[in-house]
Design a protein around this ligand. Structure first.
Ligand SMILES: NC(=O)c1ccc[n+]([C@@H]2O[C@H](COP(=O)([O-])OP(=O)(O)OC[C@H]3O[C@@H](n4cnc5c(N)ncnc54)[C@H](O)[C@@H]3O)[C@@H](O)[C@H]2O)c1
Ligand SMILES: [Zn+2]
Length: 342
């Protein structure tokens, strides 16, 4: 397995970095929206000696489907590319998931790199080599593990990122604070954003190298995600927001008092101001959550789920709970949850 180079660069260095790529052909896949903002600054003619073949992907999640996947593959194949071609994904996590899956499958796999443009992709999605498109029955079900060669992090892109996307990225940062004491400490000291991004990216990289196929320690990165995915689906809220409320839920049901205390303090330090969960003052959606969780059950034919719990900052564990245990815990806590806010 290759070890990805995570490079912090300035915006105006991007072309210089692309020049160093060890290939004469770049397959450049850009998010539609991101390209409309930044495309004018990319002069591929400066990449002397390299041929650039450009594909504009739909913006965000819309790119991650079979149709676009096939069209993109056929487009590049039609250009007569060779196995030494190098793909570059330019955009947020959706485009890197999409382009990475094309890179993993085209000609049985070519090298690729990422220029992440969202906070969420800088701290999470671009790292670790999981790539995928969506199936009708669920997200990310068709994919591969395919490590990128380089990740070029330039925070300048965050200047144009909508607030909702920025807030969503912070949800993943919050998750890392529970997994690693160093990151917790940076957050509580209100260190600058660059420091936090670097620490989160390096932490995910470390876990990925230890457990590439997610059979052990890498699973802890799923903290907040089982319930989070259900909340994202039920309330149609951004991924990272859903993850932060997914963490609250798993802590309330199976965690400890200190978890809730920590999440309150961390959200304050990270200036995440929303205190009210999406279910507040509504009927708490036990049935909907269970239906969503058992969709996974249908796929994996399992009777239980691995949930991530945090004994204390930096000490996360994987705990298996049956669907019955989860349903009982939700039923037992639903009235209290309805009134809950941080
Ligand atoms: N592979 C992994 O390990 C992993 C991990 C986490 C999430 N993901 C995936 O990542 C995706 C979410 O990624 P995301 O949160 O980065 O969002 P995204 O890629 O869906 O982008 C969100 C929106 O922001 C726009 N955008 C992106 N960068 C911008 C910029 N700099 N300025 C203005 N607009 C910009 C996009 O066009 C899009 O409309 C999901 O599909 C999720 O499944 C993958
Ligand atoms: Zn996530």
């Amino acid at each position: 397995m290759i070890k990805t180079n995570i490079l912090k660069i300035e915006y105006n260095q991007i072309i210089e970095e692309l020049k160093k790529i060890n290939s004469d052909t770049i397959l450049f896949v850009a998010d539609h929206q991101v390209w409309s903002i930044y495309g004018k600054d990319f002069n591929f003619e400066e990449l002397t000696g390299k041929k650039v073949i450009f594909w504009k992907a739909a913006d965000g999640e819309k790119a991650k489907n079979f149709n676009d996947f096939q069209n993109c593959l056929e487009f590049f194949l039609d250009k007569g590319i060779h196995r030494n071609a190098h793909m570059v994904a330019f955009g947020g996590g959706a485009v890197s998931d999409f382009a990475g899956f094309v890179a993993a499958t085209i000609l049985r796999g070519i090298d690729w790199s990422i220029i992440p443009t969202t906070l969420l992709s800088m701290v999470d999605a671009s790292i670790g080599g999981k790539v995928a498109i969506n199936a009708k029955v669920g997200k990310n079900l068709i994919g591969a593990f395919h490590m990128p060669t380089n990740i070029y992090i330039s925070e300048s892109f965050l200047k144009t990122l909508p607030d909702t996307e920025m807030k969503s990225g912070m949800g993943e940062v919050l998750k890392y604070c529970f997994l690693d004491f160093g990151i917790y400490d940076l957050a509580m000291k209100k260190s600058d954003r660059s420091e936090l991004i670097r620490a989160c990216a390096e932490y995910k990289q470390k876990l990925t190298l230890e457990d590439f196929k997610e059979t052990g320690i890498r699973k802890t990165l799923n903290l907040g995600h089982s319930f989070g995915h259900a909340l994202e689906f039920i309330y149609n809220i951004p991924h990272g927001d859903a993850i932060s409320w997914g963490m609250v839920l798993v802590f309330k049901l199976f965690g400890n008092e200190k978890n809730i205390h920590d999440i309150t303090a961390l959200k304050e330090a990270l200036e995440m101001t929303d205190k009210n969960p999406p279910w507040q003052n509504k009927e708490f959606p036990v049935e909907k959550i269970m239906t969503y969780l058992s969709k996974d059950k249908k796929i994996s034919a399992l009777n239980s789920l691995d949930l991530i719990l945090v004994n204390d900052i930096g000490n996360a564990v994987v705990v298996n709970k049956t669907f019955e245990e989860i349903q009982n815990a939700l039923e037992l806590n639903k009235d209290e949850l309805r009134k809950f806010s941080l």
